[in-house]
Design a protein around this ligand. Structure first.
Ligand SMILES: CC(C)(COP(=O)(O)OP(=O)(O)OC[C@H]1O[C@@H](n2cnc3c(N)ncnc32)[C@H](O)[C@@H]1OP(=O)(O)O)[C@@H](O)C(=O)NCCC(=O)NCCS
Length: 166
């Protein structure tokens, strides 16, 4: 499998997701704690997930990257949904690996890759206000924060990062 970018400081590598990742991603998506952080918090039946994933993994506007450790074990995922140069970000680090600096490093490197290689000009993403860890990570990475937003009927913050001008 060809890797598309590396996160050297954490010895991680990113590869495109394939249909074979579907069940693993479904498991991560349905974890009760993960669902508490998601805008669509309902449990998702595998059949629905599989259809959604098959569409997305094939799509020109979605980029899914599976993050693997030095033993090639998947330990997270980052997804960009790109529309006219503006990309949403979805990220998940597997629970036993959270809080070790991986999420910060993955978002930083993936966003740089998106600016350099995917034609992304701006990231614009929403985070639930009850997800202080995620908010802290995006702020640390230089995203600007707009508060008092409602997104999908939930209190949220909007996080924006523009491509630096050369
Ligand atoms: C959000 C997520 C991607 C962050 O990745 P991570 O690897 O766990 O995060 P990191 O270890 O890189 O950084 C966590 C930071 O949050 C800080 N933090 C921890 N608890 C905190 C709290 N209660 N309030 C504020 N900040 C907190 C840590 O101190 C750390 O910052 P530091 O490095 O400056 O000390 C990951 O936890 C995750 O996948 N969570 C579940 C899914 C999710 O919430 N996705 C994001 C949806 S927008």
């Amino acid at each position: 499998m060809a890797y598309v970018f590396e996160i050297a400081e954490k010895e991680l590598k990113a590869r495109p997701a394939t249909l074979e990742d579907s069940r693993m991603l479904w498991g991560w998506r349905n974890d009760p704690e993960t669902r508490q952080r998601a805008f669509e918090a309902d449990e998702i039946p595998f059949e629905n997930h599989e259809k959604w994933f098959a569409n997305r993994v094939d799509s020109e506007t979605t980029r899914f990257f599976i993050i693997e450790n030095s033993e090639s074990t998947p330990m997270g995922v980052i997804r960009f949904d790109i529309d006219s140069g503006i990309s949403d970000i979805a990220i998940y680090i597997d629970k036993p690996e959270q809080g070790k600096g991986y999420g910060t490093a993955v978002i930083r490197t993936a966003c740089q890759y998106g600016f350099d290689s995917l034609g992304i000009e701006k990231y614009q993403t929403y985070i639930r206000t009850d997800n202080p860890i995620s908010i802290a990570v995006f702020k640390k990475l230089g995203f600007t924060e707009k508060t008092d937003i409602t997104h999908k009927d939930r209190p949220a913050v909007e996080m924006v990062l523009e491509k630096p001008t050369a």
